[in-house]
Design a protein around this ligand. Structure first.
Ligand code: SGN
Ligand code: CA
Length: 521
């Protein structure tokens, strides 16, 4: 009697183990894709900055893979999100710039393919593609850029509602609510779109002042004079001249001016009291200093860094919350987590804030992937990956065929083996020609050299030797020693343009500039 009880128990136990293994093997992985806004790799401790502290993102790095050569095809918000969704360059998906484009939601996307294949899919938070999301099981998005405090949300039923609180916390709350109420018989793909760390860099009240004890060193090219670089000379994105005392740095001469600021006057009394208590005392101190010239610019830089990084701390805490949610609900083992920003950002390099350029700080974006059982924890990958590759990669992970027409490559082979390679070159095309006065441009990088053609606002070529000049201060275009490289890179550019079928770029190349060498044909 006793023996058979043990036998039965043993058999039952083995059966359970076997069936749960089969079940586990059959279950396709869940996906959480976290896309922040304007979050620079320079502002993440996992990427080596010892002055900042981002334990949430660092956890993804420690348990997954950090990509050191993640790039975007067009360094600006809406266009980057459209590339992520479609796996296609801007000239193919139609969303070229923030100022004139509206996303054609009738086209295919990795989300539509996942939904079709049985995934529960959701996009929560910043979307910024003008038209409404299509193909999702669920969405709840910020209108346009969204607001940091007490944000409005657009809902699937066509409504709009305001939720009290701080935007990053709320987006995480809504994401967790959706996870709580999802159909648990199906795998899920959840996209969490954060507004942080977008301008005007407003932290959660609990994070205000978090970095006040740190004096951030100036990037060595903070006082760049842009010599030899025509497009850089005409931009409007410097901390010195473009950054605004009131709007950006929260320094107001009087209460009326402060009250006029939309992102401030929407705060409730408790939020506003904390905001005022923190910023008013900084303003008093600032006034007493009577700063001018470089001292004034450097003061602005410190304030910018502190606000931006405190906003990033509010963001990071919510990334940690996402990971904790997965732990608590036993989802960690079967969920792929991707963290990325829509593009990079300038933290004072070249004297700038903002993005847009094909220069490294804005061209590059942080990308980190945790994939338990596939990615070796704590690995670092130095091969090229792009936001263009996210769609095919996620489909590949889900076991869904990559549809014809997607231009990115799956980087699943890189996740499995960091030696694998998917791109030899990076092709870039930025179109917007408005705010911040960055000239449209396209170009190619092979990691060692970068060739850029500016057009419309400025017509010029630039060539960089990234090994000798990683900060892109010396435009070598036209330099005798680099003639052969110039021509080689031109042919690489032509080849990339042909590969991605960028007809606009072809037309511009055919419009020869007097400075071009004979080899440019
Ligand atoms: C806003 C900002 C710009 C920023 C763009 C694009 N100006 O227009 O500084 O470059 O967004 O950012 S603001 O006065 O409205 O703050 S993006 O991330 O949406 O592409
Ligand atoms: Ca952005």
């Amino acid at each position: 009697m006793n023996k058979s009880f043990f036998e039965k128990t043993f058999l039952f136990f083995m059966l359970m183990l076997f069936s749960s293994n089969v079940l586990f093997a059959q279950q396709r992985p869940n996906i959480v894709l976290i896309i922040s806004d304007d979050h620079a790799y320079q502002a993440i401790s996992a990427y080596g900055n010892k002055l900042v502290h981002t334990p949430g993102i660092d956890r993804i790095a420690n348990e997954g893979m950090r990509f050191d050569k993640g790039y975007v095809t067009n360094s600006i918000c809406g266009p980057s999100r459209a590339v992520i969704l479609t796996g296609k360059y801007s000239h193919k998906n139609g969303f070229k710039d923030n100022e004139t484009s509206s996303f054609d939601g009738s086209q295919n996307s990795f989300i539509k393919e996942l939904t079709k294949s049985g995934y529960q899919t959701a996009w929560i938070g910043k979307w910024h593609l003008e038209s409404q999301p299509q193909g999702f099981t669920y969405w709840q998005i910020l209108p346009g850029q969204g607001q940091y405090y007490n944000p409005d949300f657009l809902t699937m039923d066509g409504g709009e509602k305001q939720i009290e609180g701080y935007v990053t916390n709320i987006i995480e709350d809504v994401a967790e609510d959706w996870l709580n109420n999802r159909d648990t018989t199906k795998p899920f793909c959840l996209v969490i779109g954060h507004k942080a760390t977008h301008r005007t860099w407003v932290p959660d009240t609990v994070d205000m002042g978090r970095y006040d004890n740190i004096i951030f060193p100036l990037p060595h090219n903070f006082y760049d004079d842009y010599s030899g670089r025509q497009a850089a000379k005409v931009q409007d994105m410097t901390i010195a001249k473009t950054m605004i005392f009131g709007y950006d740095l929260k320094m107001f001469d009087n209460a009326t001016a402060e009250d006029k600021e939309g992102y401030i006057n929407r705060m409730n009394a408790a939020q506003r009291a904390k905001f005022d208590a923190y910023y008013h005392s900084i303003y008093e101190d600032f006034k007493s200093k009577n700063l001018t010239g470089n001292a004034l610019t450097e003061w602005k830089y410190q304030r910018y860094m502190r606000d931006y990084l405190s906003t990033a701390a509010s963001l990071d805490r919510n990334i940690d919350r996402t990971l904790e949610y997965l732990d608590k609900h036993h989802l960690t083992q079967n969920t792929v987590v991707v963290y990325m920003s829509d593009q990079g950002f300038y933290m004072g390099e070249h004297g700038w804030f903002d993005k847009r350029w094909m220069y490294e700080e804005s061209f590059r974006t942080p990308i980190l992937v945790r994939y338990p059982g596939v990615v070796r924890p704590g690995s670092v990958n130095k091969n090229f990956v792009m936001n263009l590759d996210i769609a095919p990669t996620l489909l590949n992970i889900a076991g869904v065929a990559i549809p014809e027409g997607m231009q990115g490559e799956s980087f699943l082979p890189l996740l499995k083996n960091k030696g694998a390679k998917i791109h030899d070159a990076l092709y870039y095309h930025y179109y917007e020609n408005g705010e911040h006065s960055v000239s449209p441009h396209f170009g190619v990088s092979n990691g060692r050299y970068k060739l850029i053609r500016f057009y419309k606002r400025v017509n010029s070529w630039e060539l960089y030797d990234l090994k000798k000049d990683p900060h892109e201060m010396h435009n070598l275009f036209g330099a005798k020693k680099y003639e052969a490289t110039e021509v080689e890179m031109y042919h690489l550019l032509q080849q990339q343009i042909a590969k991605y079928e960028d007809d606009d770029a072809t037309k511009i190349l055919n419009n020869k500039l007097p400075s071009e060498p004979a080899g440019f044909n």
